[in-house]
Design a protein around this ligand. Structure first.
Ligand SMILES: [Zn+2]
Length: 285
């Protein structure tokens, strides 16, 4: 069965690694984009996997509990968006335990997953995610050119399908990329969905959908916010300014078109934890 997972990394604009947070006015928030996203999902009756920063989850426990009750996944995106690869192993474990505890408060007995800020994870840290009580991870992306993204050695994992790796009941979901002329182009959303014109995105995604059976989208609240991007710190580069402002006005419309494209190609919408449960059930009879 062909499956699509729409996911969102719930963080504010100032959590992005490209900004010096001390120079950002954190009173300005673009988290209204989360409401835009939820409204869109509700209007189309589509479930989604949310990866939430601990410092946001901590102040809105009941809000995220309600999302779980509505059939969505609520997992962790770290505590305050510090890249795991910049933390020592013990520091990472301590932060992860703090994240897990808040996820337990939100999810109760249900399983939940993890996505590293900036996909910054290696195998040693992935093993810690698994051992800390998370049921799945979605931090792997095969895109060697990006300076902030890590790469994960999947030795010992069985490739369950093109983008899913399995180690007993623990799963790793890879972000969707398309190999074109031996280069991997991320077609899973984020900035690429905003920056690529729709005709190009449609062409790339259609090509991917023909030969695969799982598609993963990821997006951020600031991309869907109806508010102006707050003033960026003076040290922000022109490239970063472009990256964060370009194409926001079209992103909701592009997601709707993408959902239709997936639907037209026979994809059904689900969450990572549903896939994880299905695979686990099938293997245990
Ligand atoms: Zn993030």
């Amino acid at each position: 069965m062909k499956k699509a997972v729409l996911s969102i990394d719930v963080e504010d604009w100032y959590h992005l690694d490209y900004f010096n947070r001390n120079e950002c006015d954190t009173n300005n928030s673009l988290l209204d984009g989360l409401d835009v996203y939820i409204e869109l999902l509700e209007s189309l009756s589509i479930p989604s996997s949310f990866f939430v920063l601990g410092e946001i989850a901590d102040s809105r426990i009941n809000f995220f509990k309600d999302l779980v009750k509505s059939g969505h996944d609520v997992g962790s995106h770290g505590w305050s968006h510090i890249r795991p690869m910049t933390l020592g192993i013990d520091e990472f474990r301590i932060e992860l335990n703090r994240c897990r505890d808040i996820m337990k408060k939100i999810n109760g007995e249900r399983s939940f997953g993890y996505r590293a800020p900036c996909f910054s994870l290696d195998r040693e840290r992935l093993d810690i995610v698994r051992d800390s009580g998370f049921a799945y991870d979605s931090s792997r992306i095969e895109f060697g050119n990006h300076p902030l993204y890590g790469s994960i050695d999947m030795h010992g994992y069985e490739k369950h399908s093109e983008a899913v790796y399995r180690n007993d009941d623990f799963l790793e979901f890879e972000l969707t990329t398309l190999s074109v002329l031996r280069k991997n182009i991320p077609i899973s959303g984020g900035g690429y969905l905003r920056i690529f014109p729709w005709f190009l995105m449609k062409k790339l995604v259609s090509q991917y959908l023909k030969t695969n059976n799982i598609y993963v989208l990821y997006i951020h609240p600031f991309e869907l916010s109806k508010l102006e991007i707050p003033p960026m710190p003076p040290s922000t580069s022109t490239l970063t300014k472009f990256r964060y402002t370009y194409g926001r006005d079209k992103v909701k419309e592009k997601i709707i078109r993408l959902i239709k494209l997936l639907d037209d190609n026979g994809y059904t919408f689900t969450t990572f934890s549903e896939i994880q449960k299905d695979i686990s059930r099938a293997s245990h009879g």
